[in-house]
Design a protein around this ligand. Structure first.
Ligand code: ADP
Length: 287
């Protein structure tokens, strides 16, 4: 079991802090979604944890050892940045072999892991964005590490490819501490179990996503007939859904049960609000 701990860490660029007194301790193997709007400081946080930026004050500790001055610790971290560019003129195989020769690991294994075998002899410059991303991720997973920092791994990818990348990462990152940044709260909910909400260079929330309670949220039902006959508070609304406000998942389940028992064929039920939304937006208007 590993731990990542930040203790009052401040860091930034050219002497000007972007992160202000950040503290949190991650001690379970899990995916921690680092969520925040653009410019909040997510990349700066990753660079600080990776040891690329030295904190102006405070500490970054991995398994109790200071990352800034312990090279051995930095070697146990792998960082997928926005800019992870693989040399364009190399082939997929050639580039992965190149990194495997330097950093260790086996290029054939990651080719298989990321379903890249068919692209093996293609030049990186001829790949699509999603394919290039798969090669970057293959590079990150060449060697097993203890801490993975994945900075917006699905940004600029279309939804189908994003999902594919997400599924691969979730599979590969099992039993590790993974920080996965995103500015998309819907993605955040799908990916992680823990949330690090970054706002204006501070941590606005740190904890389990399941502990975030929204006061009330809306669920939508699509059904073969008028739902409001059975649940009068459900109103036909957006997108042809019968919309009902609930406070808990159980309440939504009970509503569904009532409909089914009332002989209504429910063809779809979905949550129309995201519990993270309150958190994300409330904080931004509290300023
Ligand atoms: P995010 O990843 O959440 O979008 P960043 O950490 O990239 O946010 O940026 C946080 C702040 O730091 C922004 O105000 C940005 O302009 C500033 N910043 C980022 N990179 C640099 C840099 N290399 N030099 C100076 N300022 C930077």
């Amino acid at each position: 079991m590993h731990t990542l701990e930040l203790v009052n860490a401040s860091s930034g660029y050219n002497g000007k802090p972007v992160l202000h007194n950040i503290s949190f301790k991650a001690e379970e193997s899990a995916i921690y979604v680092v969520l925040g709007p653009n410019g909040a400081g997510k990349t700066t946080l990753f660079r600080t944890i990776a040891g690329i930026l030295e904190p102006y004050s405070g500490e970054v500790l991995f398994d109790g050892k200071n990352i800034t001055n312990t090279k051995e610790v930095r070697k146990r971290i792998n960082y997928l940045s926005h800019y992870n560019a693989i040399p364009e003129e190399m082939t997929v195989y050639g580039s992965l072999k190149f990194y495997a020769d330097i950093e260790g690991g086996n290029q054939d294994e990651v080719l298989a892991l990321l379903n890249l075998e068919e692209l093996r002899d293609k030049k990186v410059s001829d790949l699509s964005q999603g394919q290039k991303k798969r090669v970057s991720i293959a590079k990150v997973f060449l060697r097993e590490r203890d801490l993975y920092l994945l900075d917006e791994p699905t940004s600029n990818l279309d939804p189908g490819v994003s999902k594919e990348i997400r599924d691969i990462l979730l599979r590969l990152a099992k039993d590790k501490i993974v920080l996965y940044s995103s500015h998309n709260l819907y993605e955040a909910r799908d990916v992680g179990t823990n949330l690090i909400l970054v706002r204006d260079g501070t941590i606005a929330y740190y904890g389990r996503i399941s502990n975030i309670k929204s006061k009330e949220y809306r669920v939508g039902f699509r059904a073969s007939q008028d739902v409001s006959k059975i649940i009068p508070t459900a109103k036909l609304g957006e997108g042809g859904y019968y919309v009902l406000s609930v406070s808990t998942p159980e309440e939504a389940g009970l509503a569904l049960k009532k409909l089914v028992e009332g002989g209504v064929l429910v063809t779809e039920m979905r949550q129309l609000d995201n519990p993270l939304q309150d958190l994300f937006e409330n904080r931004s208007t509290q300023k």
